[in-house]
Ligand binder design. Structure first.
Ligand SMILES: Nc1ncnc2c1ncn2[C@@H]1O[C@H](COP(=O)(O)OP(=O)(O)OP(=O)(O)O)[C@@H](O)[C@H]1O
Ligand SMILES: [Mg+2]
Length: 391
């Protein structure tokens, strides 16, 4: 389990750049601000202050109206026109209280105007208010950015859901129409033989099974995507698991005269993982290998045992994947160029479930394939399973 050291992060001091040509005033205000726990950088001239401001990166600037080399308004205008400095609050320091000075300063983008004769307490209060405002503005901008990202993600999810529902509805329409059609025939045709009725009942069964498979896949996928899949890692013999999956497909393979060749290590190889997830992955890969292989071919299942991991390869001699197919590999409803060779059902969800399950159990799934040269899916299961026990 990861351990986090608890660190006390000291509150960052705010840095104030104080620009004033009067050295006595500069020192006096500077010392006062330091005594109030601010970091302070002093500058006597506008030009040098402007040159160094990018390096200093102050949180706030106190600026005198009259400087020796240029006037304070000019400095403020330059600061507000530069993208790097435009958001730094500028407060004018003045001993005059002429309204037009205040208006001109505020029009140039300064946030406040402080008359020093009002005393240091007011200076401090105003500085703190503007620093707080700056912090809140930054936080608000940050939240806005996150909100925008969230809205974009939500829109994307919504579009995906719409597409998902559209395809699912389309896939359910055919078997349901088929069942409705058969029902009409059964109602209207009184001359049907027992054999005919049996045939129609069989058609209904096939349609119902297609729908059930689609719904089961959709529910599986939904469960994984919602994070509701509860993994139950335990120690099991992977050789037996592979043999079990193969045994469930022997009949189907025989119907297509496909031979499943096994190169399994016959000794026991125990690993810790969620066995059901491993079975579901292998089941999908083997079902595909049989579904997309032409008749009279072979499927090769190989287990290779390494120190920290093992690899299970399921290789077929079917049409393989084109480069275009590979771009859509593991996507939902991705029915690619290969077609079932004996009219089997195809919902296009199996491989997306495989990928999500593999991710969930920290396994890797790779495909080696090119058009016309068969497909070889390789599942890598890691033996280092610490994370299972530590969660
Ligand atoms: N071994 C394979 N060889 C060639 N193409 C394959 C192979 N496995 C899958 N494909 C292609 O990838 C597509 C997606 O496969 P996936 O398993 O996700 O769905 P599916 O087999 O069509 O339906 P299901 O949801 O019932 O598994 C298939 O439609 C097929 O075109
Ligand atoms: Mg499949």
């Amino acid at each position: 389990m990861r351990k986090y050291e608890s660190k006390i992060i000291p509150a960052k001091k705010s840095l104030i750049l104080l620009i004033d040509s009067n050295l006595t005033k500069l020192r006096k205000i500077g010392n006062y601000l330091k005594s109030k726990n601010f970091d302070v950088v002093l500058a006597q001239e506008g030009k040098s202050a402007l040159e160094s401001v990018n390096n200093i990166k102050p949180d706030l600037i106190l600026l005198d109206l009259i400087l020796s080399d240029m006037d304070g308004y000019e400095v403020c205008e330059i600061l507000k026109n530069r993208s790097e400095t435009k958001d730094i609050p500028v407060i004018f320091l003045s001993t005059e209280s002429a309204t037009e000075n205040i208006i001109q300063g505020l029009q140039l983008g300064a946030v406040d105007f402080i008359h020093l004769e009002n005393g240091e307490a007011e200076l401090l209060a105003r500085i703190n208010t503007h620093l707080k405002l700056k912090r809140y503005t930054e936080e608000l901008e940050q939240s806005n950015k996150q909100l925008k990202i969230l809205i974009e993600e939500l829109n994307k999810l919504n579009e995906e859901k719409d597409e998902f529902l559209g395809i699912a509805a389309h896939d359910l329409k055919n078997p349901i129409s088929n069942i409705a059609l058969i029902a009409k025939i059964l109602i209207n045709d009184e001359n049907l033989s027992k054999e005919d009725i049996k045939g129609f009942a069989n058609d209904i069964l096939v349609s119902a099974e297609r729908m059930l498979e689609l719904i089961k896949n959709l529910l599986d996928l939904n469960k994984i995507e919602r994070g509701e899949l509860v993994l139950k890692p335990r120690l099991f013999n992977i050789v037996e698991t592979i043999k079990f999956v193969i045994s469930t497909y022997l009949e189907k393979a025989k119907e297509k005269n496909i031979i499943i060749k096994q190169d399994l290590n016959n000794k026991e190889i125990k690993i810790v993982s969620d066995e059901n997830a491993v079975i579901q992955i292998l089941d999908n890969l083997l079902s595909n290998a049989i579904k997309y292989s032409p008749f009279n071919k072979s499927i090769h299942i190989k287990l290779s045992d390494y120190k920290n991991y093992l690899k299970i390869s399921i290789r077929d001699e079917g049409p393989g994947f084109t480069d275009e197919d590979k771009k859509n590999l593991f996507k939902k409803f991705a029915r690619l160029s290969a077609q079932p060779t004996a009219g089997e059902n195809s919902t296009g969800l199996g491989l997306s479930i495989v990928k999500k399950l593999a991710d969930a159990i920290n396994a890797k799934i790779n495909l080696v394939s090119s058009k016309g040269n068969g497909a070889n899916f390789v599942l890598t299961l890691f033996k280092n399973v610490e994370e299972y026990f530590n969660e």
